[in-house]
Design a protein around this ligand. Structure first.
Ligand code: S3P
Length: 450
């Protein structure tokens, strides 16, 4: 077996930590983006519970998903790297996980922590889930409370990690989520695999449904009725044979950059277009920025397409309701687009942005202001009136991958040089971000400014 931990860690830590951007270049060309982060986490966790070996192509080797890989390995699962992006996950069945020798380190990955909490709540051994200082600040009661209602024995630290989990017998039950969250829904469904009866999760909006799709493909008994999903335990999970599509949340940075600084056509091939993930495309269309989906196909139960986009004059729009969860990771990029759109862009109902890797409303507003932008923060969103002139500045990525990449895209539109410090976190979801932008003609490089 190759040493996954060693080879990828070394590559990642060798990277400089700031991104230098010069404006003026116009973007064109065809690129692909790395595999979907949500699917890459799930392929490891569900593959670990399958009876036999899953083959996962297009897997994302990024900071967040490597954290999940190391957790799964610590639970006794062998994972082989077949080639750069292909893994074999040697699942040991629903009862095959082993007690980890030490606390499981989810690093910055909220998805790893909340999904694994569900799996570990129903095991016959104790475990601890922990992570970085950043992850320790994120709310965990939203998963620990409903798990406790199922009978889980979890001690948290005032609603935060570390989570100490003791063996427990779980009851199947119906949950109604106050907030649409795919992480919480998934954690509860995974706990439901170990419960004594059906587990139902009702959510207030269309949170991404990758877990349901994957569980169904593996033979689990899953019933979906609107925004209500029921898992009935009992069926063993078949191994996966999965090709992970390109991550639409990574493609978002390329698409927004192309709309604002394109010249000719930019194409992003092989991107997931699951309808629970395409809110940004709908928002951009409402702003006058059309993203054309071509060659639509199904890969591993997920819809995929090639995306084509040209520079457009954007206009402001109003966003709220169900669109928020369908675009939840895309608001840092959208804030940059809003600065260039004519008129008002108003986003409401998006308070969840305040509990992501950072408070993305506050952090993006503060950093865009350093570039001369006027951004009005609202408790549950923001108002930006454009078009605004941005000026190059030294800004901070705050160890939040999507903030860092959004600011680098803003730098393409600013007068003068922009340096995004604390931007190595781009590797948490999009290794090769800078190189992908370079391939389209952007003047963007890694540097060692901070
Ligand atoms: C994710 C769900 C979303 C999203 C995150 C990935 C997932 O989080 O923001 O980046 O893979 O389930 P929430 O469940 O907190 O909304």
């Amino acid at each position: 077996m190759s040493s996954l931990r060693h080879s990828w860690r070394v590559k990642m830590t060798a990277q400089p930590t700031a991104i230098r951007v010069h404006p003026g270049a116009t973007l064109r060309g065809t690129v692909s983006v790395p595999g979907d982060k949500s699917l890459s986490h799930r392929a490891l966790i569900l593959g670990a519970l399958a009876e036999g070996t899953s083959r996962v192509r297009g897997w994302l080797p990024a900071g967040d998903t490597l954290a999940t890989l190391h957790c799964v390995q610590a639970l006794g699962i062998a994972v082989e790297r077949v080639d750069a992006h292909t893994l074999s996950v040697h699942g040991r069945g629903l009862n095959g996980l082993q007690a980890p020798p030490a606390p499981l380190d989810c690093v910055n990955a909220g998805t790893a922590m909340r999904l694994l909490a569900g799996v570990l709540a129903g095991q016959s051994f104790a475990s601890t889930l922990d992570g970085s200082e950043q992850l320790r600040r994120r709310p965990m009661r939203r998963i620990t409370e409903p798990l406790r209602q199922m009978g889980a024995q979890i001690a948290d630290t005032d609603g935060h990690a570390p989570l100490h989990i003791r063996p427990a017998t779980l009851r199947g039950m119906a949950h109604t989520l106050p907030v649409a969250s795919a992480q919480v829904k998934s954690g509860l469904l995974l706990a439901g695999l170990f419960a004594d009866g059906p587990t139902t999760v009702s959510e207030p909006g269309p949170a991404r449904d990758h877990t349901e799709r994957m569980l169904r493909a593996m033979g689990a008994q899953i019933a979906v009725d609107g925004f209500r999903v029921t898992l009935t335990p009992g069926a063993p999970l078949r191994p996966l044979d999965l090709t992970v599509p390109g991550d639409p949340s990574s493609a978002a940075f390329v698409l927004v950059a192309a709309l604002l600084a394109g010249d000719g056509e930019v194409r992003v091939t092989g991107v997931g277009i699951n309808p629970t993930r395409t809110g940004l495309l709908d928002i951009l269309a409402a702003m006058g920025g059309e993203v054309v989906c071509e060659g639509e196909r199904l890969e591993g139960g997920e819809p995929v397409a090639d995306l084509r986009v040209r520079r457009a004059e954007l206009r402001g729009t109003t966003v709220g309701g169900d669109l928020i969860v369908r675009a939840i990771d895309e608001f840092p990029a959208l804030m940059v687009a809003a600065t260039q759109a004519a008129g008002e862009t108003l986003v409401r109902d998006a308070e969840e942005l305040r509990v992501k890797e950072t408070d993305r409303i506050a952090v993006m507003a503060a950093e865009l202001r350093k570039m001369g932008a006027t951004v009005e923060e609202l408790p549950d969103g923001f108002r930006i009136v454009g078009p605004q002139r941005l000026r190059g500045a030294v800004v901070q990525g705050h160890d939040d991958h999507r903030v860092a990449m959004a600011l680098a895209v803003a730098g393409l539109l600013a007068d003068g040089e922009t340096i995004v410090e604390d931007a190595a976190c781009a590797h948490d979801s999009f290794p090769g971000f800078v190189e992908t932008m370079q391939a389209l003609g952007a003047e963007m490089t890694w540097c060692s400014h901070d």
